[in-house]
Design a protein around this ligand. Structure first.
Ligand SMILES: *Cc1c(COP(=O)(O)O)cnc(C)c1O
Length: 431
């Protein structure tokens, strides 16, 4: 499969180039030349196939000719080492729990797949590379866990001092080996500025073979379509299926639409956002108006100009009516997030995280008779205890879950928010 830039169909690259470059030079996004159809015998009998077999059938046409089939199969086995349980919450509402991976959020799936693909190519070529990531929390930890001990790949993670939770900090800094964490005396934007400057810096690029692992990387997007299949595989009901997806950069939802185009019978989606409602507004009005991001309790979705929106447009042939037919918008504010977590816990005994809470409420408000709703639980609530604790009156105890992690050491370098200093350190090869 060839991938092209969404801005220029003549800019064509291989899967390998698309994942190492992450972004085309024209600032478009890489997009597959065509969307294959999954064999009917698999779609018709998901229950008769294992998760790995399904994932393999999905990934194969995209990666054919680039990674041998036996290697691809191993990469998938090594990516999908945890479960994706479809759990009952209430009548007609189930949740697909995506937080059973190493860093307790769904980003583990994409990060593990990307890292193992890069690991394969690095082994083949003998060329080492350095991954640079700026993170406000979840992305960096998933990337760290994903790339840990992958030979030939060094990871440098920049996170803002005092702006990530204790658990996130541990998940960023407790690795060692090929993972280096940098605590930046500044904000997430400062971290991002350093990373952006690094990618534009000729000396650093020549010295280090820099790559990125950010969420627009095609190898993070593709495997996210797997879990929509895994959800339906566990479903017995033959009702119309509605997926409600908590969305920020819209990678997760884009992968869902990809699953639908591959042939999975999904009736429609709900794009569930916090007050950063650019896409729900677009769905209603047909006008896409990026906004500065607003900080919310569901902070992994504080995005004012979602990076995958362009890919959604491609999937729907740039037709607003076509997209609005398959995706309904929903948004809610912080007060409603707290209220939803509280009510769902009281009524169902199910503890939501702030992101999943929005997607759950979106189903409550929109589900029609004859529809089966599935919302994505994108993180374990323990990752957002600061919010969940406000919503729930009783004392929540996650000591068992977090004990092992909190006992681990932290390894990081404290740096100032200046690119020149960072560059000097990198060129000196100190870390
Ligand atoms: C990243 C993230 C999201 C948003 O996913 P997108 O693919 O960017 O839309 C939602 N919930 C959690 C917990 C996340 O970490």
């Amino acid at each position: 499969m060839i991938f092209h830039s969404t801005k220029n169909k003549d800019h064509r690259v291989s899967f390998k180039e698309a994942i190492f470059k992450s972004l085309p030079p024209d600032n478009g996004l890489y997009f597959p030349e065509f969307i294959p159809e999954l064999p009917e015998e698999i779609i018709a009998d998901l229950g008769g196939h294992s998760e790995i077999e399904i994932a393999f059938a999905i990934a194969k046409p995209f990666i054919e000719g680039q990674i041998p089939e036996s290697e691809l199969f191993e990469i998938l086995e090594d990516t999908l080492t945890f479960s994706f349980p479809l759990t009952d919450v209430e009548d007609h509402i189930k949740t697909l729990e995506l937080f059973h991976g190493p860093t307790w959020a769904f980003k583990d799936v994409g990060a593990r797949f990307l890292s193992r693909c890069m690991g394969y190519f690095t082994r083949e070529s003998g060329e080492e590379s350095v991954i640079l990531v700026a993170t406000s929390g979840d992305t960096g930890s998933a990337v760290a866990a994903g790339f840990y001990d992958v030979p030939g790949v060094e990871v440098k993670i920049l996170y803002p001092k005092n702006k990530v939770s204790e658990i996130q900090q541990k998940q960023l800094t407790s690795w060692g080996k090929n993972i280096n964490a940098f605590e930046v005396n500044g904000t997430f934007d400062d971290c991002q500025k350093i990373v952006k400057s690094a990618f534009l810096d000729k000396d650093l690029n020549e010295a280090l073979n820099l790559s990125s692992a950010n969420s627009i990387n095609i190898a993070r997007l593709l495997p996210q379509s797997f879990y929509y299949f895994f959800a339906i595989r566990q479903l017995e009901s033959k009702e119309k299926i509605v997926f409600s997806v908590p969305s920020g950069n819209f990678g997760n939802l884009t992968a869902g639409v990809l699953a639908q185009k591959l042939g999975l019978p999904i009736d429609h989606f709900i794009a569930a956002t916090n007050v950063n409602r650019v896409v729900p507004d677009y769905l209603e009005t047909g006008k896409y108006v990026p906004q500065p991001a607003v900080q919310t309790y569901a902070n992994a979705m504080d995005v004012g100009d979602p990076s995958n929106f362009v890919r959604l447009l491609e999937l729907f042939h740039h037709s607003h009516p076509e997209m609005a037919y398959d995706i309904k918008g929903f948004h809610m504010n912080d007060d409603m997030i707290l209220e939803t977590i509280r009510v769902c816990y009281e009524k169902n005994g199910y503890l939501l995280d702030p992101h999943g809470a929005i997607a759950y409420e979106a189903l409550k408000k929109n589900l029609k008779p004859g529809e089966q709703g599935i919302f994505m639980e994108t993180a374990h609530p323990v990752k957002f205890l600061n919010v969940v604790d406000i919503a729930i009156d009783e004392e929540l105890d996650f000591k068992e879950k977090t004990k092992e992690l909190l006992q681990k050491g932290s390894y990081y370098h404290s740096i100032e928010k200046d690119f020149a200093g960072f560059k000097e350190m990198m060129l000196a090869g100190k870390y």
